[in-house]
Write a new protein. Structure first.
Lengths: 114, 114
């Protein structure tokens, strides 16, 4: 069975500084990887996905993520954080050829201070 | 906008009662998912429909939970004899077919069993 680990419950960063939200996964075979963001009282919004090809994936709102197969990681990054980026971030995995359900991590709360 | 719509947004029910939660997916999306999100946790998979049929219901916790999608569009999640432990946010998502496609989530229904 697949699993996702987000080792940090919370990440704190100053506005304008780079941010990283960590994600590691465990899956049999190759993965499809996703990042979603959740703002208070709102549903999950898709940010970006890794399917195949270039290990650096660019997504919405200036976010990007780097797929590292040897480390089974898919860390979310942004070069310059905004206060409006403060939200709950979820990493998710779906294994190739094994159905369509997503397995999510427990989430990381990002707090960007002015 | 034509996003995923879930009704009601909030539902308070007494222990032992029956509830129905509705999901209206994005038009044309053949895949529909139900997830449950408890406080401080990531979404947990319940059931996945491809068209009218449940392709994977392995996440349903017990036989009190049931979901239908009779015409391949709107879906209803039904919970019988509700228990306090059923209290959570129930999320619905839809996607076009294909494992590499991202799912789009509704805002969720917050169910509180008192």
């Amino acid at each position: 069975a697949q699993s996702v680990a987000q080792p940090e419950d919370q990440v704190n960063v100053a506005e304008g500084n780079p941010l990283t939200v960590k994600c590691t996964y465990s899956v049999s075979g190759n993965p499809y990887l996703f990042w979603y963001v959740q703002y208070p009282n709102r549903g999950l919004q898709f940010l970006l996905k890794y399917i195949t090809g270039d290990n650096l994936v660019k997504g919405s709102y200036g976010f990007e993520a780097e797929f590292n197969k040897s480390q089974t990681s898919f860390h979310l990054k942004k070069p310059s954080a905004l206060v409006s980026d403060s939200a709950l971030y979820f990493c998710a995995v779906r294994p190739w050829g094994s159905g369509d359900k997503l397995t999510f991590g427990t989430g990381t709360r990002l707090a960007v201070r002015p | 906008g034509a996003g995923v719509s879930q009704t009601p947004s909030n539902k308070v029910t007494e222990k032992g009662k029956y509830v129905e939660l509705r999901c209206d997916p994005i038009s044309g999306h053949t895949a529909l998912y139900w997830y449950r999100q408890s406080l401080g946790q990531g979404p947990e998979f319940l059931i996945y429909f491809q068209g009218t049929g449940a392709a994977d219901d392995s996440g349903l916790p017990n036989d009190r939970f049931f979901a239908v999608r009779p015409e391949g569009s709107v879906s209803t999640l039904k919970i019988q004899r509700t228990e306090r432990g059923d209290s959570a946010v129930y999320l619905c998502a839809s996607s076009s077919s294909g494992q590499n496609t991202e799912a789009f989530f509704g805002q969720g229904t917050r169910l509180t069993v008192v």
